[in-house]
Design a protein around this ligand. Structure first.
Ligand code: NAD
Length: 495
């Protein structure tokens, strides 16, 4: 069995740890390789490599750095099928979805190729007689990135292209569940001409994450994962004096008004509920149906679900397996909770027939009606192919329900009433909103992030927020002396 190594200073690195973790093929249910779990010393080796690379990389001209960024963009675009195959193999998502993941990551690389413009400073001439003031933005140093299992390529790509284009050096700790895409991208970046030590990858679990949070030479932490860990990361890294952005979990609602096009709603609910087996932080997990639409809508959703093909992501199926057996069992357990709590299980995904190996981590699309808002089916982030229906009497009840949620990542409204949609965008307490769009992930030149327990910190991912996050500003007040000027004045400088 092969072992996935770390990547430090432009080469594979085994480190000192003897601890490993299994990497599954979720469609087969078998362990296909293992991944090393770094020690504190291994993390330090990676940080020291990044620290040593920082002066030359941050000091290189914009033109030199951009040449590498453009080459990386070209290589990633040319070989996206290769990394998509890795994603399907280790994560389980179907190939077309894996290609979509890479395409959304490529958007951020393309945004980062504009960094010389994005990181420009400001200039004010003659603020006082003979005095000019201007600002420049500079890289932070070594930046740490910690990513989740559900987008092994896209989530790292939300951060490292912008960080690197801005002149930082990086230590990435990807999810230990699907670690190979990160290594593939690091190798590709080297091929694009990135100097050794600028982009490093260490694999690991809590031990390596804690080492990054405490390391005095790590300037910032960008984290994406579940809410309890995001909160822990935010508190711990802030206390250690780092700049932190920590994106957490979600429970995304789709509000359906009675005037909506119910065929569009049903298509959107199925796509956004079951794409990537519901393992997306922007998945729709709750449809909030304003009566009297629920019965008709459920019929339309259920008929579409009957046509979904579940199976191995390489075989042209619609939906793949879940990430691990434990996670599949946990998600399936919510169907029992729904029954105990008096909900109506319209479609039970357990025991579904699949186009794949019997031991794969399968669970079919599941639809649950009349979910009580006090049930764990409603309050927990399930992170699987389970779509809940909550029936409400009015627009106002729907908005109150969504605003009461602990999470505020994404939401959507489906209606043909522009006034209602406009009211919704103003009244809803959520960071990313779709109007007749079910998964409103902003394009690469906006920023991505939720409100409330879906984001700790004040910087979203990618887009303009990321340019600010990965640089710090200096303001310079300058005067080139005119020989006639000067004299003693102990007062505070004024205009
Ligand atoms: P996770 O929180 O279990 O793990 C995320 C990262 O943290 C991994 O690298 C993991 O190794 C590390 N980690 C896990 N436990 C840790 C601990 N106790 N201490 C320190 N580090 C730890 O999340 P996951 O299961 O990999 O990913 C799914 C979660 O990520 C979901 O909650 C999903 O909503 C969320 N997510 C959010 C966004 C977003 O943009 N808000 C995007 C993608 C995923």
């Amino acid at each position: 069995m092969t072992t996935v190594d770390h990547w430090v200073n432009g080469a594979a690195f085994t480190g000192e740890s003897s601890r490993t973790s299994p990497v599954y093929n979720p469609a087969a249910g078998t362990v296909q390789r293992e991944v090393r779990l770094a020690t504190v010393a291994d993390v330090d080796t990676a940080v020291q490599a990044a620290k040593a690379a920082f002066p030359a990389w941050s000091g290189a001209s914009w033109a030199k750095r951009q040449t590498v960024m453009f080459a990386f963009r070209e290589l990633l675009n040319a070989r996206k099928e290769d990394v998509a195959a890795i994603l399907t193999n280790e994560h389980g998502k179907v190939l077309s979805d894996a290609l979509g993941e890479v395409a959304r990551g490529l958007e951020v690389v393309e945004f980062a190729t504009g960094m010389p413009h994005l990181a420009k400073g400001e200039y004010s001439s003659n603020v006082s007689t003979g005095v000019d003031v201007y600002s420049i933005r500079q890289a932070l140093g070594v930046v740490g990135i910690i990513s989740p299992f559900n987008f092994p390529a896209m989530v790292p790509l939300w951060f490292f292209p912008i960080a690197i284009a801005a002149g930082n050096t990086v230590v990435l700790k990807p999810s230990e569940k699907d670690p190979s895409a990160a290594i593939w991208m690091a190798e590709l970046f080297k091929e694009a001409g990135l100097p050794d030590g600028v982009f490093n990858v260490v694999h690991g679990d809590k031990e390596s994450v804690d080492a990054m949070l405490q390391h005095p030479d790590v300037a910032s932490i960008s984290f994406v994962g579940s809410t309890p860990i995001a909160k822990y990361i935010y508190e711990t890294a802030s206390k250690a004096g780092k700049r932190v952005q920590a994106l957490g979990g979600a429970k995304n609602h789709m509000l359906v008004l009675p005037d909506a096009d119910l065929d569009l709603v049903a298509d959107s609910a199925v796509n956004a509920g079951f794409g990537s087996a519901g393992e997306r932080c922007m998945a729709i997990s709750v449809v909030v149906a304003v009566e009297p639409v629920a019965d008709e809508l459920i019929e339309k959703i259920a008929s579409r679900m009957a046509d979904l093909k579940v199976g191995d992501g390489t075989r042209g199926c619609d939906m793949g397996p879940l990430i691990t057996r434990e996670h599949r069992d946990k998600v399936a357990g919510y169907i029992d909770v729904a029954i105990e709590d008096g909900s109506t299980v319209v479609i039970d995904g357990r025991g579904i027939e699949v186009d794949g190996e019997a031991d794969g981590f399968w669970l079919g699309p599941t639809l649950i009606d009349r979910v009580s808002t006090s049930s764990k089916v409603y309050t927990d982030e399930i992170f699987g192919p389970v779509l809940s229906i909550v029936r409400v009497a009015s627009y106002e009840d729907g908005v109150a329900l969504i605003n009461a949620s602990q999470y505020g990542n994404g939401t959507a409204i489906f209606t043909n009433d522009g006034g209602a949609a406009r009211r919704f965008q103003n009244e809803i307490q959520v960071g990313m909103i779709g109007i007749n769009v079910p998964i409103p992930v902003p394009v690469g030149y906006f920023s991505f992030g939720g409100w409330k327990d879906s984001l700790f910190g004040d910087s979203k991912a990618y887009g303009p927020d990321a340019v600010h996050f990965f640089t710090r500003q200096k303001a310079i007040t300058s005067r080139w002396l005119d020989p006639s000027h000067g004299g003693i004045n102990l007062g505070f400088p004024q205009n």
